[in-house]
Structures are given as C-alpha cells and as structure tokens.
Design a protein around this ligand. Structure first.
Ligand code: MTE
Length: 316
C-alpha cells in the first residue's frame, strides 16, 4: 500500500487561511503588506501611508493544525474567563479591561527582574503566527490563529537562575473591571504554572494577537500564554506577573478541585475526567465531534518532556 505521510510544514488546501481572514487582514494592512514578514512590519517597515500592524507576522507552518480554522467569531465569543463570570458569554463584558497601559512583571529567581511594557514586548519579541488546536478540559476545542512568540524568548530577558525550576503565571486582578473577583470563594488571582523544561519547549507560546489583530481581552489580551498540548485551563490569560521559582505552584483549579485538575494536565483521550470521558471533543462552530489525540496531537514536539515522569499524574 502506498501511504504518503505529509511532512510537518505541508498544509492541505482546506486548512489554508480562510478567505474571510485574508480579506480581513488585507483591509487592516493594505494588500502589499501581505508579502512582508511580520517582523519587518513590527519594526515599523510598513508601506508608506499604512499604519504598521504589529500583529502582521509570518505564519510558522511547523505546527500543522490538521483541521479547519475555527471562525474568528466563534473563537472570540465562546470563552472561559472566570474573572468576568462563569458562563461562556463574557466577551462584551471583557471589553472593560483596559489593554493599555499594561505592565508585565517578571521576577523571582532571575538575574534581572523586569517590568515590561506590553508595546515594548511586542517590539522586541520575534513575532510569528501559529495556527494551533486548543482543547478545553470540558470537552470543546477550536483551532485558532495566534500571533506571539516562544515563551523562552521572553524569559531570556530576565535571565532565570539555575535554581529556578518552575514558571508561575498570574493574571491581572482588576477589581474595578472584573466582576468575577467579587466571588471571593475563588482563589484569585488566577494562577498557573509549568516546569522550566516545559517553558523552554518551542511549543510554549506567548500570545499577543489573534486572527491578525491584537488579542482581544476575552481571550486574554493583551498577553496570555498557551501550551497547546495541555488542557486550556493551563493557559493563563491577561498576565500581570511571571515568577520563576523552585517551588511547584498550586494552581487556581488545583486549589478549587485538586481531585479533578492537577499540575501537568496534558491532553489524553484515554484518561477520563472523573465526571466525563475525554475520548472525543466538540469543535466550536460546527459542533462536529472528533477523536481527541494524546498531547492534543503535538506528541512529536513534547512527549520527550515526560520521559521518566511516568509516576506523576501527567493527564489532568
Ligand atoms: N485564565 C484566566 N485568567 N481565567 C480563566 O478563567 N480559563 C482557562 C484559560 N485561562 C481562564 C484562564 C480555561 S478553562 C480555558 S479553556 C482557556 O483559558 C480558554 O481560553 P479562550 O477563551 O481563549 O478559548
């Protein structure tokens, strides 16, 4: 039998950027800018007369989505962001969260603690676009277009010390604009973490844009992290602080329900949540049900991180 296995960078035609996204970006950038690498645009090299769009970055096709891209509308109006409430329809309310000025503090076990302005981060980081699958532990999934940069690039700015073993992410706790914070029984601020090895993996990605525009507040704008091989609750949104530590953090969901949500939370269809199966997932937009894949289909990039850790509770 002649089976042809596509290489990592080959995207089937049906997975190419949908026309609506292309048109959207053209309107935003001017057609000629489509051909320019985003890094050049980010440094202000936009065609004369056009405002530079810092989110116009070259697509990295190394991480094949293998699925149709979720419509922007679906990806940006069906959210989990408990700081704004516990239902999925918080996108309007989240517009209250001011996106500028925004400072991200990187501290703890680092050589040089940093208070970084969001626009400074966007200017300094090597922006790229990735089309990534996102799998929520609740059983829904999407394939979204993100602009960002490897987490390792950001951490380099602060020079973690050799004692640092974990990276802890904390969301802004803006009491005036996040009504969910009034629910005082939740352990605010939202906190998540990963190991230093996970943070160094090329798939650990800091997101500042979606669908060629700034990341909207409901999806964690102006800056959030994604670990596409882990369940979505690991992806801290609207980050205010990153701390390098030698202590494994107890994260938000672990504090609320440790029997259901652990530290590693890697996607695995064969390990059910205590209250439901994880064998399949529902795609936002079409409601199609498809099989879930181990490490959300990114095992070739991340499985090595977990060799020797088989005795840990690796799967949520
Ligand atoms: N980050 C914060 N600060 N608050 C949250 O409630 N929810 C998490 C994660 N990050 C959450 C968060 C969960 S459960 C998921 S599935 C993803 O964000 C959803 O991201 P999205 O809305 O961009 O799809």
């Amino acid at each position: 039998m002649n089976i042809r296995i596509p290489r990592g960078w080959e995207i089937p035609e049906r997975l190419a950027t949908p026309e609506s996204v292309v048109l959207n970006r053209r309107a935003l950038m001017g057609a000629s800018a489509m051909l320019l690498p985003g890094a050049a645009l980010a440094q202000g090299a936009a065609p004369a007369g056009d405002a530079p769009n810092p989110m116009a970055a070259m697509r990295n096709t190394r991480f094949r989505p293998d699925r149709a891209v979720t419509a922007e509308r679906e990806a940006t109006t069906y959210n989990n962001f408990y700081e704004f409430g516990t239902d999925k329809g918080i996108s309007r309310l989240a517009q209250r969260l001011p996106q500028r000025p925004w400072t991200l503090r990187i501290g703890g076990m680092v050589g040089t603690a940093q208070d970084l302005d969001i626009d400074d981060i966007i200017r300094r980081m090597p922006l790229e676009e990735r089309v990534l699958r996102m799998r929520c532990v609740e059983g829904w999934a999407m394939t979204a277009v993100y602009t960002g940069f490897p987490l390792s690039e950001l951490l380099k700015l602060a020079a973690p010390t050799s004692a640092a073993k974990y990276v802890v992410f904390e969301t802004a706790a803006d009491r005036a604009n996040m009504p969910g914070l009034r629910q005082s029984w939740y352990p605010w601020p939202y906190k998540e973490g990963c190991t230093i090895e996970e943070a160094a993996n090329e798939m650990a990605f800091v997101v500042v844009g979606m669908y060629g525009k700034p990341c909207p507040p409901q999806n964690g704008g102006p800056i959030r992290v994604v670990f596409p091989w882990k369940y979505g609750f690991k992806h801290g949104k609207s980050l205010a602080r990153i701390t390098l530590s030698d202590q494994r953090p107890v994260s938000y969901w672990e504090q609320i329900q440790g029997s259901e949500y652990g530290f590693w939370a890697n996607v695995n269809p064969e390990v059910p949540h205590p209250r439901w199966s994880q064998a399949t997932e529902r795609l936002l937009g079409t409601n199609e049900r498809v099989p879930t894949r181990i490490f959300n289909g990114y095992g070739e990039f991340v499985a090595d991180l977990y060799r020797g850790l088989e005795r840990e509770r690796l799967w949520a």
